[in-house]
Design a protein around this ligand. Sequence first.
Ligand code: NDP
Length: 445
Amino acid sequence: MNAQKVLDDLRQRFPGEPEYHQAVEEVLSTIEEEYNKHPEFDKANLIERLCIPDRIYTFRVSWQDDSGNIQTNMGYRVQHNNAIGPYKGGIRFHASVNLGILKFLAFEQTFKNSLTTLPMGGAKGGSDFSPRGKSNAEVMRFCQAFMLELTRNIGPDVDVPAGDIGVGGREVGYMFGMYKKLTREFSGVLTGKGREFGGSLIRPEATGYGNVYFLQEMLKTKGDSVEGKTVLISGAGNVAQYTAEKVLQLGGKVLTMSDSDGYIYDPDGIDRAKLDYIMELKNIYRGRIREYIDHYPTAKYVAGQKPWNEKADIALPSATQNEISEEAAQALVNNGVIAVSEGANMPSTPGAIRVFQRAKILYAPGKAANAGGVSVSGLEMSQNSERLSWTAEEVDRRLHIIMEDIHANCLKYGTEADGYVNYVKGANIAGFIKVAKAMMAQGIV
Ligand code: NDP
């Protein structure tokens, strides 16, 4: 394989999809050497079959708003690869959603799911519908209309969606209700469900907790720990909230959280009581992060900015893709950051990754560090198939083991001659090898 040639070809065939090109480039540049050790891969043109999704569904979603107007949005499901298990990946509802973004997420998901050690293929879906500012009834009607179309393409052994940005327990519940109504089937077709109808304990916590478990493993390689460290977190949604919770449990100090309008910085630290306030503000009242300073006036609110210019030991980006620019990465390094672990998917731009790796700080890409979420989704599928539910301790124990295993795999494939661990390379090669072998065994399909 000539990675550059493959990339140029993809750019030409699929123009206008920069996030997809970015994700493919990151993977190809790190697996090229390993890939070329296997001439049989090239003979089977494995690389193109791995980069191009198996299939993509695109559909119109029509729904009625509270004023009686008929609205239309686009709906998508990208089924990227099912070589090692049923398609699996979240659904994103956000105004910025387009096909290129979902293709990048589905591509990444394939490697991430392979890393989890569980049998799950990669997929992603979503819509340019934004739940922000919509009433509950509008969100329900939208979710129902979206599922009316998606139903025919998913199933508990075919494709199992979950949440992502803009899709939490409420949206998963409405989509599950509609799937059940249409198919007359009660199955584990979605994960992230409510506890009362098959949801796994620890699923809401899993991505954030898993990221901090991964961070702990990275710090351990330096004989260090989270205790006493200052931490910058971006986002204030599902991932950010449970990242903050786990950092607090381990004795770290959380300085920032954010939303798409700006960030808050609390010099005294966001403690348990303050985090409870943020959880209530975001999950129940669906408010904005700037309201924090009305309650805690010693904190500051910075509108229109991201938190990366603040000084701290650790950064845990947990909002969205490309939220750390090269300049922001340089500011973090200049301020003495020792570790960056990604809760979000692809939050660091390629330039930012170069800055972190050149400075030889601990840097974990999302496909390794945030794999805890889909791992517990996989455990939810197992529990649904067994028609049993495991205790929180049991799920958390398994999550911890999975994150340790992913870390060990990154060390195996990513440790360089001078001892520096290139977690991007480690995660990409470990994820790739398993999928590649499965694809080779299954022939040209
Ligand atoms: P939520 O919708 O719960 O929260 C997203 C948070 O990020 C909100 O605070 C939101 O602010 C902010 N945000 C979203 N878009 C932007 C933007 N363009 N610029 C700045 N801030 C933004 O989503 P999740 O917490 O579930 O997801 C966060 C990230 O984690 C995503 O990258 C997702 O793909 C990734 N992830 C999530 C998993 C999960 O289990 N949920 C699993 C693995 C990865 P606002 O309210 O203003 O929109």
